[in-house]
Each structure stands twice: as structure tokens, then as C-alpha cells.
Design a protein around this ligand. Structure first.
Ligand code: ZN
Ligand code: ZN
Length: 143
């Protein structure tokens, strides 16, 4: 039996090393896999949000705005709320306009020099809230 002693310890050391290497491989595999998953999530997010990002259609002509196309507006900051003047998007306002600008309040075609008047304030939950009062024709008539 004492003769076999060293053999057993060598076998044990060998097994121990095998175990260490195996654990190392498993850990590396798991790290690699989580990295891959993170990468997948990243590509999923960027694929889904960037090109398909739902942009709010123009409130005057209903055109869906693409990246870089914005509603032309002016903000007049007050103490608690801002007054917003909205002129339109590239499809209904300016030299590229092809669509009619319809006021969402009175549903009438807006005059060329008209614009929408809105009030914007920050709600208690921190989100911006925009209330559209109407176009220069209907909102002034009401006031
Ligand atoms: Zn528009
Ligand atoms: Zn109106």
C-alpha cells in the first residue's frame, strides 16, 4: 500500500488540474456567451430603435417625418410655461411644402402666414405636456 501512495497523489493532482482547467474553460465560455448576449441585445436595440423609431406625424398635414425632418416651431419661454408657435413640417411649410396645413382644432386650412399656438409646461412627473390651443385664426377668435 505505501508503494501506491505517490501514484494516488499524482492521480489526484492530475485530476485536480483537469478540474481547474475545465472550470476555467467553463468560466471563459460563460463570459464569452454573456458578452455575445450583450452584443445581441445592443444590436437588437439599435436595429429596432434607430431606423424604426416612431416619430409623431406632423399635426398639421399628417406627414410622417423622417430622421432629420422636424416641425418648425418657436418657443417663447415664460416662468411656468412656454408659448409654442408651430409652423409646420417640410411637407407643409416652407419652400418644399406640398401638403395643406389643417388646424387640428378647427379643421380648417390655415392661412399662409398662420401658425398653431400651443402652451407647453412640465408636468409633475417631469414629462413635457403640450396643449394646442388652435391656429392663429381659431385661437384668436376664441380669445
Ligand atoms: Zn406637416
Ligand atoms: Zn384653427
Amino acid at each position: 500500500m505505501p508503494l501506491h501512495g505517490p501514484d494516488y497523489s499524482t492521480l489526484f493532482t492530475l485530476l485536480f488540474f483537469c478540474f481547474i482547467i475545465l472550470t476555467g474553460v467553463i468560466i471563459f465560455y460563460l463570459i464569452g456567451r454573456t458578452k455575445k448576449i450583450d452584443k445581441n441585445i445592443d444590436t437588437l436595440i439599435s436595429n429596432d430603435t434607430l431606423p424604426k423609431k416612431p416619430k409623431i406625424p406632423c399635426i398639421m398635414c399628417g406627414s410622417h417625418l423622417r430622421k432629420g425632418e422636424n416641425l418648425k416651431s418657436e418657443e417663447f419661454k415664460g416662468n411656468n410655461e412656454s408659448i409654442i408657435h408651430m409652423y409646420g413640417c417640410p411637407y407643409c411649410y416652407g419652400p418644399t411644402a406640398a401638403q395643406k396645413r389643417i388646424c387640428p382644432v378647427c379643421k380648417k386650412n390655415m392661412p399662409k402666414d398662420g401658425y398653431l399656438i400651443g402652451r407647453m409646461w412640465i408636468k409633475k412627473n417631469g414629462k413635457k405636456h403640450l396643449h394646442i390651443q388652435g391656429c392663429t385664426v381659431c385661437s384668436i377668435r376664441r380669445n
